[in-house]
Design a protein around this ligand. Structure first.
Ligand code: GLC
Length: 565
């Protein structure tokens, strides 16, 4: 069954660019990026060809978790600029045909939010019930749930003797969605930004908002099974969607933590009752042996293909997914699954092609389009991320992991790997800022930077530009079915997309040695063409027997409609 695209679903043929403002572009010398910096780069994004920008949080925040700890939903963080700057960004982006998607963090607020400040230490505060409070059990924490950033998920409010829940840092208190006043506030916040003309919303860890109300101890895990895709989550999303998203025609993407296909089919069901699409992370856990992130491990290639197959076939005709490798929480994909040295350019292109030819909406994280790499930090002082520094303390100081081992793990897994400043040119601080950046620039910026990429017609940048364009030109990429052609192949990830009129094959060699495969028997190679590849000599007729060079990608198209005529 092929998928039908309605006119108002512009996001089905769109590609979206994620900006992490703190690391994108500083218009001055503060060392942190800002909104004026983003405005100055809109023409660069226009050249790349993206349809929308997803802006990670720019609201007022003490920045314990870089903006995912919001202290005022109606104000812009002065580090990023003013509301007037934001309005200008919206206007300037729209003038270039680029839409703006805002990040909305409503599973929790900062503990500096006035609601929490009023609730803390006062059981009678009208805001007390905005958060989740529990009495101690046996003189200690109410249950054994763990924070995603390490340690207990409960923090004591000394004055009242009760604990509050924080699934993330202790400065990020979980909101109590059972309280209808909280849901009313959320609707008001989102409406405020929609009224301004914002085109859509990315909803942070949105599948964690509904907690099982008896808050049981988890004998076999860290508690996540009691709040992930929780009891009332679909009901809550339908309520918000009806009140706000449907009213404003907003596109929405929900970040789903440890979710399932069945839930995602419902979150993104094509009747638009909840969200437009979902982010899931299962394909990015292929280097977490037994689910453990904090260890060094190669990735499991066969598992990667199985996961893509599960989600591509499972969502087709039922829901819609985001396609992505990178974001501000994930290491750089070229360092993670590619080769960030000898075959950096080839592997960055191959990885791009292998997700962009799937069904879904691609998200490109700043710097991915020029093949930026992990920085290879060697000292703990170079890290800033709250999760990384927490885990260093827990693993080295409490669990006895050696410093060297932990540094090697962080170099592979830390979220700071993707948060290093955007590399704009080969000048001081990579042209990111005139002052010293908040996080050290990767030392390879003299060779890897946007200026170089825009000047080089063979760069990763122009390959991504082409991928974005192909999605608009070739309908099967959006509508077609998906089939994994070589699930057991040790180095090739090759799949076929089919619609009534087109068949597209995307072949990808994930390793640095030559390898081969044979195209499916029924595929008429004599009528097929190469659409794109990452080796410049790829041309001519398509042969049944395909030999792929290191990290080679080949996109092959057969237009069956033309054949019939
Ligand atoms: C999401 C964000 C991440 C943040 C967390 C808590 O996973 O992407 O950066 O730390 O939510 O808000």
């Amino acid at each position: 069954m092929t998928t039908v695209v309605n006119d108002d679903q512009w996001w089905k043929t769109a590609s979206i660019y994620q900006i992490y403002p703190k690391s994108f572009c500083d218009s001055g010398s503060k060392g942190t990026g800002d909104i004026q910096g983003i405005i100055s780069k809109l023409d660069y994004l226009k050249l790349l060809g993206v349809d929308a920008i997803w802006l990670t949080p720019v609201y007022a925040s003490p920045m314990i978790d870089n903006g995912y700890d919001i202290s005022d939903y109606y104000a812009i963080n002065p580090d990023f600029g003013t509301m007037a700057d934001f309005d200008l960004l919206l206007d300037q982006a729209h003038q270039r045909g680029i839409r703006i998607i805002m990040d909305i963090v409503v599973n929790h607020t900062s503990t500096e939010h006035q609601w929490f400040q009023s609730a803390l230490g006062d059981k009678n505060s009208p805001y007390r019930d905005y958060y989740i409070w529990k009495d101690p059990v046996d003189g200690g924490v109410p249950n054994n749930w763990q924070s995603k950033f390490g340690g207990s998920a409960w923090e004591l409010d000394e004055q009242t003797g009760q604990y509050f829940l924080h699934l993330f840092a202790k400065e990020q208190a979980d909101l109590n969605w059972e309280n209808s006043k909280v849901r009313a506030e959320v609707k008001e916040v989102i409406s405020f930004w929609a009224e301004k003309g914002v085109d859509g919303f990315r909803l942070d860890v949105i599948n964690l908002i509904s907690k099982q109300q008896d808050f049981p101890n988890d004998d076999i895990g860290d508690g996540r099974r009691f709040y992930t895709d929780g009891p009332r989550v679909h009901e809550y999303l339908q309520e918000i969607s009806e009140a706000v998203f449907q009213k404003y025609g907003s596109v929405t993407v929900g970040e789903m933590s440890s979710t399932t296909l069945e839930h995602c089919q419902q979150y993104s069901s094509l009747d638009n009752k909840e969200l437009s699409m979902v982010f899931n992370f299962h394909h990015l856990k292929v280097d977490y042996p037994n689910g453990e992130k904090w260890t060094k491990a190669p990735f499991d290639f066969l598992q990667l293909k199985q996961i893509f197959n599960h989600w591509q076939t499972g969502l087709n005709g039922k829901g819609w997914g985001a396609l992505f490798w990178c974001n501000h929480d994930q290491p750089r994909v070229v360092s993670r699954l590619g080769d960030d040295q000898q075959y950096r350019v080839e592997s960055a292109k191959m990885l791009g092609a292998s997700v962009h030819m799937m069904q879904g909406t691609p998200y490109i994280y700043q710097g991915e389009e020029i093949g930026m790499t992990n920085p290879g930090y060697t000292s703990i002082e170079q890290y800033r991320d709250v999760e990384s520094t927490n885990m260093y303390d827990i693993m080295v100081k409490q669990q006895g992991v050696s410093h060297d081992e932990m540094m090697a793990i962080l170099a592979q897994k830390s979220r700071d790997n993707s948060r290093t400043p955007m590399q704009w040119n080969d000048q001081a601080y990579a042209g990111f800022s005139k002052g010293q950046p908040w996080l050290e620039v990767a030392s390879n910026y003299p060779e890897i930077n946007a200026e170089q990429a825009v000047d080089d017609s063979n760069s990763v940048f122009y390959f991504y530009q082409k991928l974005i364009q192909l999605r608009k030109e070739i309908e099967v990429i959006t509508t077609g079915t998906y089939e994994d052609l070589y699930p057991e192949h040790e180095s090739i990830f090759g799949y076929e997309r089919k619609s009534e009129t087109q068949t597209l094959i995307c072949l990808n060699n994930y390793y640095g040695v030559e390898t081969e495969c044979v195209l499916p028997q029924g595929f008429d190679t004599s009528k097929a063409n190469y659409v794109l590849g990452n080796y410049s000599d790829l041309s001519g007729s398509v042969s049944q027997h395909q030999v792929l060079r290191p990290y080679e990608t080949r996109i092959i198209l057969l237009n069956t409609m033309l054949l019939d005529n």
